[in-house]
Every structure is written in C-alpha cells, then in structure tokens.
Design a protein around this ligand. Structure first.
Ligand code: SF4
Ligand code: SF4
Length: 92
C-alpha cells in the first residue's frame, strides 16, 4: 500500500485539479467504486484518484464537489452513453 499509489489526475470520465481541492472529502464519500482517496499528510491535504480503472462515470463526485476541483470529461459523451445504455435495457 502506498499513499502515492496513483499520480493520475483523471479517469476516463472525470478530471481532478488538486489545486482547487479544499479536502472536504465529499467526493471520496460518494464514490461507490472507491476510485477516489485522500492525501492527508503533514498539512498536505487533497483528494486523489486511487483506482482510475474503477470509475464508471456516474459523476456523483463532480456533483458533490462544490469547489470545482472535479470536472467531467466530455460530459456530453457521458450523457449520450447513459441514454444509449438505458435505451438498450428498455428494448429488451
Ligand atoms: S465518476 Fe463516479 S465512479 Fe468515477 S470517481 Fe466519480 S463518483 Fe467515483
Ligand atoms: S469534493 Fe472536491 S474539494 Fe472536496 S475533497 Fe473532493 S475534490 Fe476536493
């Protein structure tokens, strides 16, 4: 285990700007996939992306982040994919 396991600042769906992070941890709490984690060491505090591969693009972290540190990547594409998936399930 390492606090610095991932230096990635984005997943396929969301981007994290650590400079804007206020370390409120809301995103960590709402991420059901545990893709996000906390850095809290010697006054150095911010969210970080621990498991980018687990991100499903639900965007709950973006909704929870009031500081603008987390933003959606290509939100239009994510919405379109969500619509296509829901349509596919309706057809069955
Ligand atoms: S988009 Fe969803 S799964 Fe991905 S990091 Fe945010 S809350 Fe977690
Ligand atoms: S919700 Fe935003 S401000 Fe709060 S810890 Fe996550 S990235 Fe940082």
């Amino acid at each position: 285990m390492s606090l610095f396991r991932s230096r990635q600042s984005s997943t396929r769906f969301v981007r994290l700007n650590k400079k804007n992070c206020t370390a409120c941890w809301s995103c960590v709490e709402v991420c059901h996939k545990k893709a996000l984690g906390r850095i809290d060491i010697f006054g150095h505090r911010h969210a970080h992306i621990v498991h980018p591969e687990l991100c499903t693009g639900c965007l709950k972290c973006v909704e929870a982040c009031t500081s603008g540190a987390l933003t959606a990547i290509n939100p239009g594409v994510v919405v379109l994919l969500g619509l296509l998936v829901s349509l596919a399930f309706r057809v069955r």
